[in-house]
Design a protein around this ligand. Structure first.
Ligand code: HEM
Length: 177
């Protein structure tokens, strides 16, 4: 019975990071964060190009398809900065579970209550981040480092969905799974 829980989507399995994995996440992030503007925009453009339904929440570019035009959108660039900055706070605070919980609470609450974003998009975004980081920083984001990041994203996703449940999120659509 218990083994059942170990199967399934790794992005939905919240296993705590080991000390070594925390360091791997922090070391790799330091290199990524040096290029935060470009990386953040590349991640979000990839999200919106590969998963066009994720654009529906953004008034200013929900009807834009051209990657170059998406890249220029100030609303996209602003959100990219916010995502990178929140991730930076989380990575810097891996030893402080209260801080991690409070950041995720704020992010979860705002996206559920104000932006009405289906929680599945957080999982989709995590997959896109892993993909872009692996491509852009192959020497840094080795398979072992990617496993550590996957564990962090699973923790983030589970905390976010817990907040969604707490605020009484009800699914509006079935089109995104
Ligand atoms: C790690 C993941 C994410 C982080 C850290 C994050 C962070 C933020 C922050 C800090 C804000 C601005 C403050 C606020 O209104 O609460 C924001 C706004 C917003 N986020 Fe996210 N976000 C994430 C993922 C997503 C995803 C996956 C979507 C949808 C696909 C999304 C859609 C939005 C929208 C629509 C806004 C409002 C944009 C605006 O008013 O211009 N976010 N996000």
């Amino acid at each position: 019975m218990e083994r059942m829980q170990e199967e399934g989507d790794p992005l939905e399995r919240p296993i705590p990071l080991t000390d070594k994995e925390r360091l791997m996440v922090q070391d790799s992030w330091a290199k990524v964060y040096q290029n935060r503007d470009d990386v953040g925009v590349a991640i979000l453009v990839r999200l919106f190009v590969n998963f066009p339904s994720s654009k529906q929440f953004f008034s200013q570019f929900k009807n834009i398809e051209e990657p170059e035009e998406l890249e220029r959108s100030s609303q996209l660039r602003k959100h990219a900065g916010r995502v990178m900055s929140a991730l930076n706070t989380l990575v810097e605070s891996l030893d402080n579970s209260d801080k991690v919980a409070s950041v995720l609470r704020l992010v979860g609450k705002a996206h559920a209550v104000r932006h009405k974003v289906e929680p599945v998009y957080f999982k989709i975004l995590s997959g896109v981040i892993l993909e872009v980081l692996g491509e852009e920083f192959p020497a840094v984001v080795t398979p072992e480092v990617a496993v550590a990041w996957t564990k962090l994203f699973a923790t983030i996703y589970c905390s976010i969905t817990a907040v969604y449940e707490e605020v009484g999120w009800t699914k509006l659509s079935t089109s995104t799974g």
